[in-house]
Design a binder for this molecule. Structure first.
Ligand SMILES: NC(=O)c1ccc[n+]([C@@H]2O[C@H](COP(=O)([O-])OP(=O)(O)OC[C@H]3O[C@@H](n4cnc5c(N)ncnc54)[C@H](O)[C@@H]3O)[C@@H](O)[C@H]2O)c1
Ligand SMILES: [Zn+2]
Ligand SMILES: [Zn+2]
Length: 339
């Protein structure tokens, strides 16, 4: 079978591998149909993801058909459509025992620490194979994983109905956060520097957009919120300044959700946190968000029209990576279609 592999930083190719064999009773063999290219895959390709090791079959956003199951598998059967939850955790460490396997001490993400989904066939554990309706188009099924990232940000920020939620950044992740916040009944403000991105955010349901290049973000947010500030601020810009701004702009009793993997420290005065009793939290990957997003998908709540920018066959994987690299400002999601 064919696989897409980053042999070492800068070297991406299609290689041949044997089809994996079921070994565990709860193994599910998935015939992959679509793999999404994420910003982190581009970073892995360029050698800029600190967690990745090489050679690495890339892909943590993937969906397909169940081709075979181990003897003890009950929740899915051959022919079912599934989307994979690409994380492996230990079930023993403190975080796992707290029900938070996404931050397991020995967390492994498929496509990053271990081989991922850009292969014709891949094995996932039963509990990580989430069943989808057979009628869900593959291009939509492939979006479930990125939407779980936005769902997690809203869950961590305890987004409530009628909250003012500011999502900083209208990239793929910011959009998924904004859409999840809208579904939760929040009033959503989205900021970005690119007008086209803001227009798309509006199309996805944002109530207000702010172009942080041409408008004063603080002034606009205060105007919209009657001087209060945003109740929840989700930082999907992820630079030093955006974290600082998020703390500043959030209302009393508000929540700041940080998504950044940035290693640069931000300068934040404690008084700003104390005075407003802010909750500042990180959000990483997701916990138990797959069923939530799949329910939204089933209920037709996700505005997915135009979300997939382009689909390339596996044979044109290099062109697909090149396209994402060169069109970073306009790409929302590019998918690989596996034959
Ligand atoms: N914590 C997690 O689980 C997790 C998961 C996935 C991605 N991420 C992180 O989320 C971030 C966003 O990912 P993405 O794929 O959406 O990236 P992206 O590059 O597509 O989006 C970033 C957006 O921010 C905008 N922007 C830049 N500077 C801005 C500013 N000053 N004000 C407003 N907007 C500004 C850009 O125009 C762009 O639209 C990345 O840093 C990524 O590493 C975190
Ligand atoms: Zn991703
Ligand atoms: Zn653990």
């Amino acid at each position: 079978m064919k696989v897409g592999i980053v042999e070492k930083p800068g070297v991406l190719k299609i290689a041949e591998r044997d089809v994996p064999q079921l070994t565990g009773a709860r193994d599910v063999l998935v015939q992959v149909k679509r793999v999404g290219i994420c910003g982190s895959d581009i970073h892995i390709f360029h050698g800029k993801n600190p967690f990745a090791t090489y050679p690495r079959i890339w892909g943590h956003e993937f969906t397909g058909v169940v081709a075979d199951t181990g003897a003890a598998v009950q929740s899915v059967k051959k022919g079912d459509h599934v989307v994979a939850e690409p994380i492996i955790s230990c079930a023993r460490c403190y975080a796992c025992r707290q029900g938070r396997p996404n931050i397991c001490e020995t967390l492994k993400v498929m496509g990053v620490h271990i081989d991922g989904g850009c292969q014709e066939f891949v094995i996932v554990q039963e509990e990580k194979a989430h069943k989808l309706p057979a009628e869900t188009p593959w291009d939509e099924a492939a979006l479930v994983e990125p939407f779980t990232i936005g769902a997690q940000a809203c869950y961590r920020g305890n987004v409530q109905k009628d909250d003012f939620v500011l999502v900083m950044g209208a990239g793929t992740i910011g959009l998924t956060a904004a859409i999840n916040a809208k579904i939760a009944g929040a009033k959503v403000i989205v900021s970005d520097l690119v007008e086209e991105k803001l227009q798309y955010a509006k199309q996805c349901g944002a109530d207000w957009t702010i172009n942080a290049k041409t408008e004063d973000l603080f002034k606009k947010v205060r105007e919209i919120t009657g001087g209060m500030g945003s109740n929840v601020t989700i930082d999907a810009v992820c630079i030093k300044k955006s974290f600082e701004d998020a703390v500043e702009i959030t209302s009393a009793a508000g929540r700041v959700v940080e998504l950044s993997f940035n290693e640069l420290p931000s300068e934040i005065a404690p008084v700003g946190i104390i005075k407003k009793e802010l909750t500042i939290c990180g959000s990483r990957l997701q916990t138990r968000r797959f069923p939530v997003v799949i329910d939204y998908l089933k209920a037709g709540k996700l505005p997915l029209s135009g979300f997939v920018t382009k689909v390339y066959p596996l044979s044109e994987m290099l062109e697909a990576f090149d396209f994402v690299d060169k069109n970073n400002a306009s790409v929302r999601k590019v998918l690989i279609s596996v034959p």
